[in-house]
Design a protein around this ligand. Structure first.
Ligand code: SF4
Length: 462
């Protein structure tokens, strides 16, 4: 038996703020960059800049228009490289609102992270492996899992409704490059076959007769391109379905064209939806797609503040992890703190860039994503620490540490799932079958690269 101590030793507090691999607070100033510094916008007034109509009318669609904005600030070799990319590699057409051009660093457009994913250049891409041999348009097979045209039923309780196929901006890495945007030399886009009204009616009808679905992602494209009365009509009808408890409106436009959301009719429409959601006890949220801290400006924060005041449950970010854009601890944490501190947007997910054609230079290997996930842990509150996820074809989102097996030489990771997708209802092996995901080949050791060189030319015998 031990003798109880009669006194407790003095404790001298000694912890203090230590130097850290990432230093908080970030140094970036939270200001709207002055557009008048750009030659093409030097005479643009505040009234014009804040007008959604002006932004849409002046959205850059061609290289000539891009040149008129930056003039001498864009190097000729970059211009030539973008032109070649549009002819030989790009899967999306150019569409960049002034708001986004204004957040690029005009003094170094080659390395600017926003330029790198919005306006890809031929010189950005890997010379040998521009594309993975197993890359596919619709790489997530969303259309294979349509319950009705435009409604992907992949998970047990949630669905994705693709309401339209356009956006206010087109991202070079768009995972829906199969469907979204204009056809380009490399890609003839799929076009919805049924009329919009019929498609929406079929989607609503499916959800009415499928009580196991409780959660609808209303996406596209981008809902910022849907006339507000159409959006209100569809989402309001969703809220009338008893089983629908969560609705998330997906829009990158909140960041790319915040002016859209500050228009009176749009605000009125969104407010009517928020009010109905509160009345009906439905959680209505907005999901945005921001990939770099430069994109978070006071105008973006102003929209989010209004959404919260209306009663939207949350505004969450689903970014995409991309090499040369945000593939470092600093870039990810700067973005997360800009989202959280400046705009009150919840950092929610970072997706690994999907295996669409010509996306290799943006993609990271699974082990790189795991390392990045490790590097951002502990800096933010747990509820605001984003998960880095791999969207595995025919599986769905998996946290990058959930990999079942991993051949680092060939860069093949193996994944399983714990539910059936909407097309596996009669598949006895659905819950045990392994599904593969592939690292970018140029990240592999020479032996792995050789394996893929052989497999690329002999796919049938691999
Ligand atoms: S906003 Fe979304 S859907 Fe539109 S081009 Fe970008 S990634 Fe694709």
């Amino acid at each position: 038996m031990t003798t109880p101590t009669t006194s407790i030793a003095h404790r001298t507090p000694k912890a203090h703020a230590s130097p850290q691999p990432y230093r908080y607070p970030p140094e970036r100033a939270f200001v709207e960059p002055d557009w008048r510094r750009l030659p093409g916008y030097k005479d643009v007034t505040g009234g014009e800049w804040n007008s959604a109509k002006w932004q849409r009318q002046h959205t850059v669609k061609t290289l000539d228009q891009l040149l008129r904005v930056y003039q001498d600030l864009i190097p000729q070799d970059l211009v030539d490289s973008i032109k070649r990319d549009q002819a030989e590699r790009a899967t999306m057409s150019m569409l960049v609102p002034p708001q986004m051009l204004n957040t690029m660093n005009e003094h170094d457009l080659w390395v600017d992270p926003i330029r790198r994913y919005m306006i890809p250049a031929f010189g950005d891409r890997h010379p040998e492996w521009a594309s993975h041999p197993l890359a596919e348009r619709d790489s997530l097979h969303e259309a294979d899992m349509w319950a009705v045209e435009g409604l992907t039923h992949r998970y047990p309780t949630k669905v994705l409704a693709e309401l339209l196929s356009t956006c206010p901006q087109y991202c070079g890495h768009c995972t829906r490059m199969d469907l979204v945007g204009n056809s380009v030399p490399q890609v003839l886009k799929y076009r919805f076959e049924s009329k919009q009204r019929d498609r929406y009616a079929a989607i609503l009808d499916y959800l009415r007769r499928t009580p196991s679905v409780r959660d609808v992602v209303v996406s596209g494209g981008d809902v910022a391109n849907l006339p507000i009365n159409h959006l209100v009509e569809f989402v309001s009808a969703l809220m009338d379905i008893d089983n629908i408890r969560d609705i998330r409106l997906a829009t990158k436009g909140l960041m790319g064209l915040p002016q859209h959301f500050l228009q009176d009719d749009v605000l009125r429409g969104l407010e009517s939806l928020a009010t109905k959601a509160v009345d009906r006890d439905v959680d209505l949220a907005v999901h945005v797609h921001v990939n770099h801290a430069q994109s978070i400006t006071p105008l973006v924060a102003k929209v989010v503040k209004k959404l919260h005041a209306m009663g939207f449950r949350d505004v969450r970010n689903q970014g995409v992890l991309m090499r040369g854009v945000n593939d470092s601890q600093n870039a990810l944490l700067d973005l997360c703190f800009a989202l959280l501190d400046n705009a009150k947007i919840m950092p929610y997910y970072f997706y690994m860039c999907d295996m669409i054609p010509n996306s290799e230079h943006w993609r990271l290997a699974v082990h790189e994503a795991q390392q990045l996930q490790h590097s951002i842990m502990g800096y933010m509150p747990g509820f605001a620490t984003p998960r880095i996820v791999c969207d595995v074809p025919f599986v769905g989102k998996r946290w990058v540490h959930q990999v079942d097996a991993y051949d680092r030489t060939k860069g093949i990771s193996y994944w399983t799932k714990n539910y059936r997708t909407g097309i596996e209802f009669d598949d006895p092996d659905a819950l045990t079958r392994g599904h593969e995901y592939y690292d970018p080949i140029y990240t592999l050791p020479e032996e792995g690269q050789d394996y893929w060189r052989k497999r690329a030319v002999e796919p049938a015998t691999a």
